[in-house]
Design a protein around this ligand. Structure first.
Ligand code: ARG
Ligand code: GLU
Length: 716
């Protein structure tokens, strides 16, 4: 009896990947794996309504927006909606002191006022295909040059799929490389800004509310796709015309209720659902706590100065936001995994897997111990690697980073023959980078961050991975990093904008010596030397070993649970997640509702807290109860949560109801469930979406841009 019970418990764990609402599913396989369940949950359409190559379908209205977000078409005139945080760069680039669109919002009155954006593209999926067999043709596991041979096959597949067309294509590994899928895409490059609310709406709640529920962020922006007169992609010209999509989403005004079916259709970036317990241990016990520490220190320093001076707050706003976004998610992830007892669950699963392998699949019997060996050293390298990035690249030591920008120039002067054209180009690039950098540079912050980074690196990283600068500090400064940093900032050129710009513009071979002597450049070189000569290669080798093991472990898990239906980890290909509108219990004794309203924005309103300043106009509309058709229960719905399994990249994804009508725009996940990248908990994991009724209310009543509603398809 006891044995039977244990078995029952174990199989309950094994079933996790099959849970109804978990998973990011491949659109071309919905018919096989999901559509029945989706329909049982209330979905009224067919698999072909979502993905088909023979008829217009939802996939024709979903795009990759820019480099890492999703967007969707909401009119037959190429009108597209995505998040405010996804359109942020474009909005910012068009903003100036005279036209501060970030602060005031932007609304094009007609097509002629829409603003083109260099380097912004949207990508439609034309078709997807399982090409596993073609990719692995002639490949054996132990062959030499395996990766190159696979790449050759992939190149041939891409060529065949795109020759004679304007399409581009990619082939990506799924299930750790046990399967490969081809995506054939069409890319449009003339994308114009149509509208954006002020940041006080589009970023309402800021970093304070980021990753949190209850939420009140109006996180959307509007763009329009332009095409040539034949409706084909074209580079920007004023003659281009609004693109006519095969399909756009109708927008529902009917509202949502607890338990309603929801589907998210977009581009989740990356997840690690099938990793072994060693991976979770490394992330939660070693690497992420250290990353959290270094970022906590950076944020504390930046915030202290931001509170002193509004100008500094603006200068460091975007840096603080990018440091804070992952920082906050990591903290939530660790506590979510702990609460789930994730490591124990994995270990139990693994011990059972091991029993099975020992008796029935000897080819997999050494897998877990092989993993263990690699993870024994991998964590140290991963931490050192990430700490170098935290020091030099991800908002770390800024003057040191700027000094490093001179490296290419220096190298160009050390070539046997001088390439003057290249040197001029490098100087021009450098001038632009430096000007951008100094616009948002505040030396006292940099000095404190530099000290913190150098201290914490020494404290957290294994002595085997110290850059040689620490030897110098020990010798010259008796190990006193603070004294050393004082000296560095007193002597370096790179805290001085004019001197640095001058150095760049007039750089000649004679300046190489000066550069090599500059203490900021010395620190930079010391870390880069560590990266290049001691970290990069072993780190890559260990990563590749883990990739090999991941592939094998994935196949093993599938063999171990032959009846389970697995979904592949996210890899920034188009996926479907489905679930229900649902509140949750974040902690004992607390119940969260499934939606928020305008009332909550007024409750949060506080002119003293930057993140909670509500625009006057919104307060007026609220006071007058001028809610139009967007009203529900005497207020306007703002955001809602549902059980869809999503991750970074799903930002801007359409959230549709049982009829395939747009009810929301996905933009975040709730704090208690952000461990869903590694383990999903249906009780705690929620995606956060913006309610379309709030979007329409803002466009219509707040912005007075109701002409935009005329081209949309509203379902009342
Ligand atoms: N957490 C959301 C997503 O990863 C929104 C990020 C932007 N917002 C912010 N306050 N930083 O990525
Ligand atoms: N904000 C995220 C994005 O930019 C989505 C949130 C998540 O990680 O689920 O894609």
């Amino acid at each position: 009896m006891k044995k039977f019970l244990i078995l029952l418990i174990i199989s309950a764990i094994i079933i996790v990947p099959m849970q109804a609402k978990e998973g990011m599913w491949i659109p071309i396989l919905l018919k096989k794996y999901n559509i029945e369940e989706m329909q049982q949950m209330g979905f009224k359409l067919t698999a072909e309504d979502i993905y088909s190559v023979n008829q217009a379908c939802m996939k024709d209205a979903v795009v990759i927006f820019g480099g890492g977000c999703t967007g969707e078409l909401i009119s037959d005139n190429g009108l597209l909606i995505t998040n405010h945080h996804c359109g942020f760069d474009a909005i910012q680039k068009h903003s100036s002191v005279e036209h501060d669109y970030l602060t005031n919002g932007f609304w094009a009155k007609d097509n002629s006022q829409e603003l083109p954006n260099e380097n912004l593209s949207v990508t439609f999926l034309k078709r997807m295909e399982d090409v596993t067999e073609k990719v692995l043709r002639g490949i054996s596991d132990d062959m030499k040059g395996k990766a190159d041979s696979i790449q050759k096959n992939i190149n041939a597949i891409i060529k065949e799929a795109t020759d004679g067309t304007l399409f581009i294509a990619n082939v990506k590994p799924f299930f750790g490389g046990n399967q490969y899928f081809l995506s054939v895409n069409e890319v449009f490059n003339d994308i114009r800004l149509v509208g954006a609310p002020p940041s006080a709406i589009g970023k309402f709640g800021g970093d304070t509310d980021n990753w949190m529920w209850p939420r009140h962020t109006g996180d959307f922006s509007l763009f329009r796709i332009y095409a040539d007169k034949d409706n084909n992609p074209a580079e920007y010209t004023p003659d281009n015309v609004p693109y006519k999509p095969l399909k756009h989403f109708p927008i529902s005004l009917k509202g949502i209720e607890e338990g309603d079916f929801t589907m998210v259709f977009g581009y989740p970036g990356s997840t690690e659902q099938y990793a072994p317990s060693y991976h979770l241990k490394m992330i939660t016990e070693q690497v992420n706590p250290a990353l959290i520490d270094i970022r906590t220190q950076k944020l504390d320093i930046i915030k202290r100065y931001q509170n002193l001076d509004p100008a500094i707050r603006i200068q460091y706003a975007s840096k603080a936001a990018s440091i804070s976004n992952s920082w906050k998610r990591w903290i939530g992830e660790i506590s979510g995994l702990e609460k789930l007892d994730a490591i124990n669950k994995k270990e139990k699963y693994e011990s059972d897997f091991q029993d099975w392998a020992n008796t029935q699949a000897p080819e997999y019997a050494s897998l877990l111990s092989d993993y263990k060996k690699v993870y024994n050293t991998y964590g140290d390298y991963r931490l050192a690697y990430n700490y170098i990035l935290e020091a030099l690249i991800r908002n770390g030591m800024e003057a040191v980073q700027m000094a490093g920008k001179f490296k290419n120039l220096q190298l160009a002067y050390q070539m046997d023959t001088l390439d003057n054209e290249k040197i001029e180009r490098l100087k021009k690039d450098l001038d632009k980078q430096l000007n951008d950098f100094y616009k948002d540079y505040y030396q006292p912050i940099d000095k404190e961050v530099t000290l913190a980074v150098l201290r914490i690196f020494k404290e957290k990283v294994d002595t085997a991975f110290y850059p040689d600068i620490y030897q110098y500090i020990d010798k010259k400064y008796k190990g006193d990093i603070s004294k050393y940093v004082d000296d560095l900032f007193a002597k370096t050129t790179f805290t001085d904008k004019n001197a640095t710009l001058k150095l760049a513009a007039g750089f000649t071979a004679r300046d190489i010596k000066k550069l090599n002597k500059d203490p900021a450049y010395i620190v930079y070189s010391s870390f880069i030397d560590l990266l290049d000569n001691r970290i990069a290669i072993p780190y890559l080798e260990l990563s590749n070993k883990i990739k090999e093991l991941d592939k094998k472990y994935m196949a093993a898990q599938m063999a171990y649970q032959p009846d389970a239906i697995f979904y592949p980890d996210a890899n920034f290909t188009l996926r479907v997640s489905y679930g229900q509108v649902k509140g949750y219990e974040p902690r004992d004794g607390v119940l969260f509702k499934n939606h928020t309203t305008l009332d909550g924005i007024m409750e949060k309103d506080n002119p003293d807290i930057y993140d909670y300043r509500v625009p006057e106009k919104l307060k007026e509309l609220y006071a007058q109860k001028d809610f139009g058709a967007y009203e529900a229960n005497g207020t306007v719905p703002v955001c809602f949560v549902a059980t869809n399994h999503t991750t970074g990249g799903n930002s801007g994804s359409p959230v549709v109801n049982a009829n395939g009508e747009l009810i929301g725009i996905n933009f975040d996940r709730a704090w208690e469930g952000v461990m869903s990248d590694m383990m999903f908990n249906p009780e705690q994991c929620r995606n956060i979406s913006l309610d379309m009724r709030y979007v329409l209310f803002l466009i219509d009543k707040f912005a007075g841009a109701s002409y935009l509603l005329d081209e949309m398809t509203l379902v009342k």
